[in-house]
Structure formats: C-alpha cells, structure tokens
Design a protein around this ligand. Sequence first.
Ligand SMILES: NC(=O)c1ccc[n+]([C@@H]2O[C@H](COP(=O)([O-])OP(=O)(O)OC[C@H]3O[C@@H](n4cnc5c(N)ncnc54)[C@H](O)[C@@H]3O)[C@@H](O)[C@H]2O)c1
Length: 245
Amino acid sequence: MEDLAGQAVLVTGAASGIGRSSAVAFARAGASVALLDVDGEGLAATAELVRASGSAAEVIVADVADVDAVARAVRDTVERFGRLDAAHNNAGVAGPFVPLDEYPPDEFLRVLQVDLLGVWHCMRAEIAHMRRQGRGAIVNTSSMLGDAAMPDNGAYVAAKHGVNGLTRAAAVELAGAGIRVNAVAPGVTRTAMTSAVSAELLQRVPLSRIAEPEEIAAAAVWLCSPGASYITGAILVADGGWLAG
Ligand SMILES: NC(=O)c1ccc[n+]([C@@H]2O[C@H](COP(=O)([O-])OP(=O)(O)OC[C@H]3O[C@@H](n4cnc5c(N)ncnc54)[C@H](O)[C@@H]3O)[C@@H](O)[C@H]2O)c1
C-alpha cells in the first residue's frame, strides 16, 4: 500500500464507481479526501467509507462543467485541509450511443463539457494551488477510447482523446513547477457506466474479464505516490490488454 499519510487529495466523480474506489484507496493510503460529485447521496455513502478507513472526508456537491463551482470546490478543499497534494479528475459521462451524423448537438456538447472541459476546469484550479506549494500530482481518468475508437460513441471518444492531449500538455508545462500530471486509461470496468456489457465486448479483452473499479483506483493512487516520482505525461493503460490486441 502507498504511504500518503498527512496528504490531502481531491477526487471527482466520487459518488460511485472508479471515483468511490479511488477515494477509499487514497484514504487507506492515509490521505484526507475531498469528494466532489453531482450526486450528494452517493457522496455521503463514499464519505462513510472514507471515514471508516480512518481518514477525513469533505463532501462537495458540484458540477465539473461549472468552472466557478469547481474553483470554489478546490478553494474549499484547501481551506479545509490546508493543502492539496494530489487530485484525481475522474467525473465523466458516457453520452448516447448513436452514429455521428445523428448525434444530438446539445448532447455532444454536454459530453465535451463534462468529460473534457470538466477535467480542465479541475486542473486549472488545482494547478493554481499546487504552484504555490511548489509540488503536486494530478491524475486524470481517460479511457482506452482515449487512444482508439468505437463506433457510435463519437463524443466520448473525442473527449477522451482530448483528455490524453490535455494531460500531456499539462505535464510538459508544469514539470518545472514540481507538478506531475498523468492519466489512467481504463478498459471496461464494472461500474454504473457499464451495467450492460455484452459478452462479445468481453471476448476482445485478452485477460477475459471486466476490471474491478479497485484495480483502476490502485493505478490512480500509485501515479500520485512517491513511487511514481519520475513519471509525468504518461497515459497508464489498464485495459486487460485490449489496446495491445
Ligand atoms: N466504467 C468503464 O468501463 C470506464 C472505462 C473507461 C473510462 N471510464 C471513465 O471512468 C470515469 C468514472 O466512471 P465510472 O465508470 O466510475 O462511472 P460511474 O457512472 O459509476 O461514475 C461517474 C461519476 O461521475 C459523476 N458525474 C457525472 N457527471 C458529473 C458532473 N458533471 N460533475 C460531477 N460529477 C459528475 C456521476 O455522478 C458518477 O458518480 C469516467 O471518466 C469514465 O469515462 C470508465
């Protein structure tokens, strides 16, 4: 287990799935955790799990698409814990599965606002505090679809390719400020987002199974830990071998 004792971390999309597992994993590593999501009920349940692990939890109901709300959330986190050592920008939506020429423009925009701009909204606020500290680690949740395409999922594919670009751009821009920026790129993971995964889809996974959210969380926590001190600008693929195939 990583040692993040005394550190403070912000996790977005923390009300369920990968974000909840990440929050608990950071807590088990000894960090205090600020939990951000639009789902207050889910956040309360995650906060219970974090506290049961012996760590402090701060609940923040906010929409990552709202740049001002995100800035306030980061400010509140720093006020509460006195610092911000790491952040896992993970909140995301899948969007509808429809061909590109039939994709409703408002829904396309919403996917970009949450999955791509939402990550940037978080990063810009986190970076401002981390610059003052002279150190920090950020991990964004991308997807195996950040480096590959799937039919009828165009907005999501575009957004996740954007997350990879944003991660690399931030890594080179912020290395001199002592801030490392990486992404974790999950394959098919057992969460609300993938409640109906077809057997055909799973046949394409070399490890022949779906990932558990804890397996993605472990990668995110490690990327924020001292063990990953020389890693920045990396897209750590955790997809059971899908992209290698
Ligand atoms: N599950 C998978 O197979 C898979 C694969 C690759 C990448 N991902 C990515 O992992 C991340 C987490 O997804 P998950 O699988 O845990 O799904 P999930 O639906 O369980 O969790 C997503 C969380 O994000 C929150 N959220 C959605 N929109 C938000 C907004 N505008 N502001 C704040 N919070 C918001 C939701 O309320 C939810 O709690 C997403 O970025 C997703 O794209 C998931």
